[in-house]
Every structure is written in structure tokens, then in C-alpha cells.
Design a protein around this ligand. Structure first.
Ligand SMILES: NC(=O)c1ccc[n+]([C@@H]2O[C@H](COP(=O)([O-])OP(=O)(O)OC[C@H]3O[C@@H](n4cnc5c(N)ncnc54)[C@H](OP(=O)(O)O)[C@@H]3O)[C@@H](O)[C@H]2O)c1
Length: 361
């Protein structure tokens, strides 16, 4: 159906379903974030959302609480029709006598992809698609890219000055941004399944690459280091965080016999420009990683921008200049003015000490 064929109440209830889905941010991957709203005679009877990977799906969570037939169910993604960690959602929709289901679009996951819709329609349930497609795509962009390409969604996260520097002329990057920008930037880690940095950032900063921000207690993600020459010292903090903080290292194929430094140490193609980022992303996808936050430094961010293998950028921009030819640049590689890396769907938030600029690439 066309977006404008839906009523204003349909739009309202789908917005609510999307908002509910968002509550699973950072906790459901590699599954999608899904919200569900059950409505009868214009009134919301029940709501639900997918809280965490492996836990009950949104539709079941909303429907299992009620026993009213002839309802409309608004779901932010096509209901599943297969048994995974939980039973098919189509079962409970049929069992509870729902008469109409409204969704933005079919789930591109080959295990679903229209099958859920067909099963419901066969049971005489009216299924309407096409409501708030753009908004629903945005909410589930990590999942939708991962499920249709097998590779994770890539977001770049950088603390920069207005003149695009990640450090001062002595490579000192602590701190380019002030406390409030840093706190938001660190919280962003919680939304992702993995965090990636280049070898020089580990050597210079000796980071732990964890999350300590409020609201993300218990959240864990994979830490990924690119080290072509397998030269990383095992004395660095990233090696001493315990098994709950998985570490993946990527090195060049020619280092295959030089010893694995962790269980997930991969040896892949490399060239003068570094490791093949496409290979890195394919392996991360095979490992079930649906999203990755690339935190630097300059060389790694530059490689992602130049190869256009990134999908989004979050720039925490301090209201200051640092200048200097030797400072770490965000995009030293560069591209011609005729073919710039452009931002779309931009948002800019102004804080006391600078700006958060976010956009798709
Ligand atoms: N302000 C911020 O938000 C921020 C964030 C992070 C870091 N930093 C600062 O940035 C500095 C480090 O940045 P950097 O530019 O020198 O280095 P970097 O990006 O941290 O690391 C670059 C290294 O990663 C390895 N690598 C492997 N494959 C690569 C590929 N495809 N593309 C790029 N690199 C690849 C290479 O080393 P091998 O050839 O040995 O593999 C390369 O030299 C530090 O001073 C750090 O403090 C600032």
C-alpha cells in the first residue's frame, strides 16, 4: 500500500511500535529491534518489544497478555514464520484471532521474506505493508544491511577539532573533545556489536575498549584490532580483560606462522594500504557481527572513507582548532573534489563545547 493510504491513527500506532522496538537498541543483534502494538476500536490493548537476543519476540510479548479477538497488530517488521530461539510469531497471531496486521515491509531474511505474510493471509488475516518504511529502515539499518549482505553496518566514531584533527601536532589526543562530548561518544559503543581500532591507537593510547557509561551495565561487545604485521604486544590492556570481552585480531596472511595472539586471530589479504577491509567485514559478518563502530585512528578511518566501506559517521566536533602538519588527520588519504564523501540524512546537535554531527555516507 502507499504511505498515504494509511490513516493518521495507523501512523501513530506504527510510530509507537518503532519507539518500542528502539528500546532493544544494542541488545538484540544480530536479530532486529522489533516493537508491537495491539489495537482494537482505536485503543491500545497491549504492547511488546524484543528486549534481548534469544528472548521472546515483540509480537508474542504483546499478544500473550490479552485474550481479545478481532484486533489489529502493528509490528515494525514482518512477523517470523520459523522456529529459532523462540516459536514462530505467526502461530500466536493466528491463535489469538488477530484480524489485521500492519508492517512497514517484508523481512529480507531468507528464512522469512514474505513467508510470514503468506501464512497469515492464508488464514484470512489482512496484512498491509508500506507504513513508515523509511523510519523503519532507519531503526533497523544495522540488521537490514547485515541480513541482506552478510556484512556488518559500519559507523565511524571520532572526536575531532573543527579543522579535522584527531590529535595535536605531538600526536597527543587526550583530550581532543571535552567531557560531555566524550561521554556521549563512549555511550555510542553500547549500540554496536563490535568496536574496531588500528594498531597505532592501541600502541599510543593502550585503551581497554569497554563501556563504562550509565545505562549500559552488562553490555559486552567484540573488540577488533587491525595489526598487519602481528606486532601487537600482549602486555597491552586489551589482552587482560577476561573472556567476557572477546578480542579479534586481524593480521596479514604472510604472518600465518608467527603465532596467534588470541583465539580469534585471523590472517587475511593485505597490501601497502593495510589489511583488506572487505575481507575483515566478511569475516566479522560470518561471525554473526551485525554492526561495528570504527573508532580510529586517522589511518583506519581514512581507509574506510576512501574505500567507502562505511555506512555512517558520528563526529564529535570540539569548538577548537589544533592545526599542525604532524597531527593525526581524519581523512589523510583524500578524494577529488568531484567525488567527495557526502553525508546524507544529517543531524547536528549543539552542546556547550561543540557539535555532534551524524549522517549516512
Ligand atoms: N580523537 C579521536 O577520536 C581518536 C580516536 C582514535 C585514535 N586517535 C589517535 O589517533 C592516533 C593513531 O592514529 P593513526 O592514524 O596513527 O593510526 P591507526 O589508524 O590507529 O592505526 C593505523 C594502523 O593500523 C593498521 N592497519 C591495518 N590495516 C589497515 C587499513 N586497512 N587501514 C589503515 N590502517 C590499517 C596499520 O598498521 P600495520 O600496518 O602495522 O598493521 C596502520 O599503521 C593515536 O595518536 C590516537 O591517540 C584519536
Amino acid at each position: 500500500m502507499n504511505e498515504n493510504e494509511f490513516s493518521s491513527k495507523d501512523v501513530l500506532f506504527m510510530h509507537l511500535a518503532l519507539e518500542l522496538g528502539d528500546r532493544g537498541l544494542g541488545l538484540t543483534e544480530p536479530n532486529p529491534m522489533v516493537g508491537a502494538v495491539v489495537v482494537k476500536d482505536g485503543k491500545v490493548l497491549s504492547t511488546g518489544y524484543h528486549r534481548k537476543f534469544g528472548e521472546v519476540h515483540a509480537e508474542r510479548s504483546a499478544l500473550e497478555k490479552i485474550n481479545v479477538k478481532g484486533t489489529t497488530l502493528y509490528v515494525s517488521l514482518e512477523p517470523c514464520s520459523h522456529t529459532g530461539h523462540t516459536p514462530p510469531c505467526t502461530d500466536i497471531i493466528i491463535e489469538k484471532g488477530v484480524s489485521r496486521v500492519v508492517i512497514p515491509f517484508a523481512d529480507p531474511n531468507t528464512r522469512v521474506n514474505g513467508k510470514g505474510i503468506k501464512i497469515l493471509e492464508k488464514e484470512g488475516i489482512k496484512v498491509e505493508t508500506g507504513l513508515l518504511k523509511e523510519e523503519a529502515f532507519f531503526c533497523n539499518r544495522h540488521y537490514l544491511k547485515y541480513i541482506s549482505t552478510g556484512r556488518p553496518w559500519v559507523t565511524i566514531n571520532a572526536g575531532v577539532t573543527i579543522d579535522g584533527k584527531l590529535s595535536d601536532k605531538n600526536r597527543n589526543s587526550q583530550w581532543v573533545t571535552g567531557e560531555s562530548l566524550r561521554s556521549v561518544s563512549h555511550s555510542l559503543r553500547g549500540e554496536f556489536s563490535a568496536i574496531m581500532v588500528g594498531l597505532a591507537t592501541v600502541k599510543d593510547d593502550d585503551p581497554m575498549l569497554t563501556i563504562r557509561e550509565d545505562g549500559w551495565e552488562g553490555k559486552k561487545f567484540v573488540r577488533v584490532i587491525l595489526d598487519s604485521g602481528n606486532r601487537l604486544s600482549t602486555k597491552m590492556k586489551i589482552f587482560n580483560m577476561g573472556e567476557e570481552w572477546p578480542l579479534y585480531i586481524f593480521s596479514g596472511k604472510e604472518q600465518k606462522n608467527s603465532g596467534k595472539k588470541c583465539e580469534n586471530h585471523f590472517f587475511i589479504n593485505s597490501s601497502l594500504g593495510g589489511l583488506d577491509l572487505n575481507d575483515v567485514l566478511c569475516i566479522l559478518g560470518e561471525k554473526g557481527i551485525a554492526s561495528i563502530l570504527v573508532e580510529g585512528g586517522g589511518a583506519l578511518i581514512s581507509s574506510f572513507l576512501e574505500s567507502r566501506l562505511c555506512d555512517e559517521i558520528a563526529l564529535f566536533t570540539a569548538d577548537k582548532f589544533l592545526g599542525g602538519n604532524n597531527s593525526v588527520e581524519i581523512f589523510s588519504e583524500g578524494v577529488p573534489i568531484t567525488d567527495p564523501v557526502k553525508l546524507t540524512n544529517r543531524s547536528i546537535i549543539e552542546l556547550d563545547e561543540g557539535y555532534i554531527i551524524r549522517g549516512m555516507i
